[in-house]
Write a protein that binds this ligand. Structure first.
Ligand code: ZN
Length: 699
């Protein structure tokens, strides 16, 4: 591994964060250098600190330590992500014999310089007890490769030399801080510290020295590993051969079944997001009988346990000859996994008064296929997915050294049920559609864009689809910058069966399946009947009616294989009840789509699938940013036929409804949310979003 220190960049950071002082500016710089290498730290892992000073209200300079705060990631950290704490006081805590987790957090929090700071890292005291100005800590993959072995300590000494202090495994927190400080005191001139089955600490008088020592030790470990085993230690994987076939199978058959089983497993049904992963190493591991067994060993470092659970759920290979038999076997396997989890809880809980977490897996390893990461939302599933990619890589490489050796169950349990780790998952109230996955057609248009954003903000992972990749990309960017759940864009042509099927498979690969489909893609053509060409007529019906049918059919197939119900929202139109002249193809296609929805509501109710219709009146844009394609196409003609300009037309529509309101794309999006949240036991219903048009009232 090469040092990426650059004097120019370091100077840039000093200029950018001048008001925070050079110590913090450089601390931010090298923290980001470490944070940007996934084989060093991932997702909030690792932490860094700098000892400096702070000035109090009396103008006195006091000793301060600035440590990474929880909620910040090293690769994007900024000075406020390194809260300052009274260093002299923290040092004194070493004299205390015992300190509970809660009291440790309290002691640190009450000695912050800014009461509004985030909680400093749980490893703060370890940083404070070391004398050096700069301290860097990572969970480097190659260090874990060496230490997660029976001969872990010997490996470290052989690879890194005697100038490295080795700390035995102790659960993070006050005890580890004290043990590490004692080990350091016995070897005060050590180059760095390896914490067995945990990670690496380096330190130095400057940001550069501490950082470069980190890189040097990681490189030394890599070199030793390569010499010893003859295989490479560099991390970073590529997709395996046959990747496409694996994804197809995962998406078309396996993911929806597994997702359905998870959702129904607990007494209270709950939706989960699945993220399919298959790197070269994952493919090697799930294809090989021996390596597949190795996956069953615990996580790389104990902090992963809250994201991945102690063990994955191991599922036999999909049997194309007997899918029902495979499904039954999977169902039994999940029951067994859950029973084992409850037993693990009861065995390790002891006499502590702990509340058991759900008994469902966060990783599903399917023989011959790949691994599904499971999360309460797309973000959590993706974090578990990233962690498992690294874990499998390290475990596969470790085979060259000796049998992989995970932490014991009790150690893992203690971290899984450690209040300070659980706090990382956040206790905020989950958004209403958390865990749900939605697919929206015509997402590049005004209504589509608003619907995608609203669903994501309400917690649903969203697959946005459109035939036009440019407007689709814009919708995805807007939704993702709005700060809701994750949204991915999948180009899809609703008039092409293969394209629609591929879009649904993409949803299953990204998120494991679907719970809501919004039929929305549409075009319009304004023309008197005697002048309307058959080609134009067919074109409108093809997109608006056939497109709805093909998308609905695919949705029903997926919903049935999941077995967890589902929601379909049909964007019909006020035209269904109150058609306008010179709008034959459009009105007929919309009436057909509406009728399809009513019929589907009747046919699909036994499967718990609800189908509802929304009938909006003219929508001109989404927040004035995305103009409605439909109105771009027909607006001018509709306006001309009424003797108005486009603005006048918008005003005309406003004035013709009872409430005298302009209908916005966001109004339509809220109507979709109403159905998606299943607020009322309703199917086959029509909800007008038109400000009140007596002629268009459903009857
Ligand atoms: Zn750590």
């Amino acid at each position: 591994m090469r040092s990426r220190w650059s004097d120019d960049e370091a100077r840039e950071f000093c200029t950018r964060f001048e008001q925070w002082g050079e110590d913090l500016a450089l601390r931010v710089y090298t923290s980001r250098l470490i944070g940007s290498v996934p084989s060093l730290v991932m997702h909030g892992g690792g932490n860094t600190s700098v000892k400096s000073t702070a000035r109090n209200l009396f103008g006195e300079e006091v000793e301060a330590i600035y440590v990474k705060g929880s909620g910040w990631n090293l690769d994007t950290i900024e000075p406020p992500g390194l809260p300052g704490i009274d260093l002299a006081y923290l040092r004194r805590l070493r004299e205390i014999e015992r300190l509970s987790d809660e009291e440790m957090v309290n002691q640190v929090r009450t000695h912050l310089f800014d009461a509004a700071s985030p909680n400093p890292s749980v490893e703060t005291l370890l940083h404070a007890f070391l004398p050096h100005k700069f301290v860097d800590h990572s969970h480097a993959d190659v260090i874990l490769l060496l230490t997660n072995q029976e001969s872990g300590e010997a490996n470290v000494r052989e690879a890194l030399g005697d100038s490295i202090a080795v700390v035995p495994y102790v659960m993070p927190g006050f005890d580890l801080s004290r043990v590490a400080a004692e080990v350091f005191d016995q070897q005060p001139d050590c180059e760095g510290m390896v914490l067995l089955q945990h990670g690496l600490f380096t330190f130095g008088p400057t940001a550069r020295e501490s950082y470069e020592k980190h890189i040097e030790l990681v490189t030394r470990a890599e070199t030793w590993f390569e010499r010893r085993t003859g295989s490479t230690a560099s991390f970073g994987s590529s997709p395996p051969a046959g990747d496409r076939e694996r994804r197809e199978l995962a998406a078309s058959t396996v993911a929806p079944v597994l997702r359905g089983l998870l959702s129904r497993a607990e007494e209270k049904p709950r939706r989960w997001v699945l993220d399919f992963r298959c790197t070269q190493e994952i493919a090697d591991a799930v294809d090989d009988e021996v390596l597949f067994g190795v996956l069953d060993s615990g996580p790389l470092t104990p902090d992963h346990v809250i994201r991945t659970k102690e063990k994955p759920w191991m599922v036999p290979a999909f049997d194309a000859g007997d899918p029902a038999g495979w499904r039954r076997a999977a169902e039994e396997g999940l029951d067994e996994y859950r029973r084992a989890y409850v037993a693990y809880f009861e065995e390790h809980c002891g006499d502590r008064n702990l509340e058991r977490l759900d008994s469902l897996p966060r990783l599903i390893a399917v023989r011959g296929l790949g691994i599904f990461a499971v999360g309460a939302n797309a973000g959590a599933a993706s974090i578990a997915g990233d962690l498992v990619e690294h874990t499998v890589e390290v475990k596969c490489r470790a085979q060259a050294l000796g049998p992989y050796c995970a932490l014991g169950q009790q150690d893992l349990f203690d971290v899984e049920y450690w209040s300070l780790e659980q706090a990382k998952l956040g206790r905020a109230r989950a958004p209403r559609l958390q865990g749900s996955v939605a697919l929206v057609t015509g997402a590049g248009g005004a209504i589509g864009s608003a619907v995608v954003r609203a669903l994501a903000l309400d917690g649903a992972a969203v697959v946005a689809t459109d035939v036009d990749p440019e407007s689709l990309a814009a919708t995805v960017a807007r939704a993702n910058s709005a700060g809701g759940a994750r949204c991915v864009g999948v180009p899809m042509d609703v008039t092409d069966e293969a394209s629609v099927a591929a879009g649904f498979r993409a949803a299953a690969v990204h998120f494991g399946g679907l719970d809501l489909v919004v039929l929305n893609a549409g075009i319009a053509r304004s023309c008197p009947i005697d002048e309307l060409s058959l080609a134009d007529w067919n074109r409108v019906l093809d997109v608006n009616l056939n497109g709805y049918f093909v998308t609905l059919r695919e949705a029903v197939r997926l919903f049935k294989s999941q077995g967890t119900g589902g929601n379909v929202v049909v964007n019909a139109s006020k035209n269904v009840f109150a058609p306008g002249a010179e709008f034959a193809a459009y009105s007929v296609s919309k009436a057909g789509g509406h009728q399809l929805g009513r019929l589907a509501a009747i046919e699909l109710a036994p499967y718990g699938i609800r189908v509802n219709m929304i009938n909006p009146d003219a929508i001109f844009s989404d927040r004035g940013e995305v103009a409605s394609g439909l109105w771009k196409d027909v607006g001018t003609e509709r306006a001309r036929s009424r003797g108005l300009d486009l603005e006048g037309l918008e005003e005309y529509y406003r004035n013709r409804n009872l409430l005298k309101v302009k209908i916005s794309a966001e109004d339509v999006a809220r109507a979709v949310l109403f159905f998606a949240r299943e607020e009322t036991p309703t199917t086959g219903a029509t909800l007008p979003v038109d400000g009140g048009l007596p002629a268009a009232m459903p009857r």
